[in-house]
Write a protein that binds this ligand. Structure first.
Ligand code: PEP
Length: 252
């Protein structure tokens, strides 16, 4: 059976002090969060703190990005092996902000995916279309290309991969996709994966929705058969909001 997942993506937010407060508060309610894999992805500067606070608890932590080499002359980069060294189990790869603002290509993302898997991390591959692409009826074509290129030459198993469908127009805008549209695309993603790795494996890969998820809309998404949880940006900065969303995912 595939797992349900709630991921906090803090993006470039929170000082170490703020991160510490969040961890303490989340730890207080961690016992209520059974039946959902809870993962917090802070900026690199707080990862050691999360490792300290969440070690021995049910909460996991991960990076928001990584480089594709293990070590060397790559100023400013962090390797997946370094994330492992900090106890990370997960890493977000191909977030649309990295694709759009930093200019990451599908080829870069594929190299990062390969390195993350080699280092023993579970990559969370983000895919999703722009508003223009959706209006031009190209959404599925774009997502298919991102999957095809992002997953090229990788050996996939259900325990070693999470996919997040995040329509770019829904990220940080307050305008979420409808649960029907999210289900349609996530069903399409699962069918694509089934064609690559077989129905049994594809059926067990967690596929999440991301884009303006809140306490008041998560239940609609979770009512859909192929949606296994959420990648949460803005709302994950507030520990109570994040915990409430994670609880709704667990209860669905
Ligand atoms: C994200 O950061 O991936 C995201 C979905 O952000 P938000 O929840 O703020 O839309």
């Amino acid at each position: 059976m595939r797992k349900k997942v709630a991921i906090a993506n803090w993006k470039m937010n929170k000082t170490r002090r703020e991160a510490g407060q969040f961890c303490q508060q989340l730890n207080q309610v961690a016992a209520e969060l059974t039946g959902v894999e809870v993962i917090v992805c802070p900026p690199y500067t707080a990862l050691d703190l999360l490792a300290e606070q969440f070690s021995g608890t049910s909460i996991h932590w991960g990076g928001q990005n990584c480089f594709w080499e293990e070590k060397g002359a790559y100023t400013g980069e962090i390797s997946p092996w370094m994330l492992r060294d900090l106890g990370c189990q997960y890493v977000i790869i191909g977030h649309s902000e990295r694709r759009q603002i930093i200019g990451e290509t599908d080829r870069d993302i594929n190299r990062k995916m390969a390195a993350a898997l080699q280092a023993g991390l579970i990559p969370i591959l983000c895919v999703g279309e722009t508003l223009q692409e959706r209006e031009d009826q190209l959404a599925k074509e774009v997502v298919r290309r991102q999957l095809e290129q992002g997953l090229t030459d990788l050996e996939l198993d259900a325990e070693g991969l999470v996919i997040a469908y995040e329509p770019i127009w829904a990220i940080g805008t307050g305008v979420n996709a409808s649960s029907d549209d999210a289900q349609e695309m996530i069903g399409f993603i699962r069918d694509y994966l089934a064609a690559q790795v077989g129905q049994a494996v594809a059926g067990d890969i967690p596929i999440l929705y991301g884009g303006s998820v809140r306490e008041d809309n998560i239940t609609d998404f979770m009512a859909k058969p192929d949606i296994d949880g959420a990648l949460i940006g803005g709302a994950s900065l507030d520990v109570n909001a994040f915990a409430a969303i994670a609880r709704s995912i667990a209860d669905a």
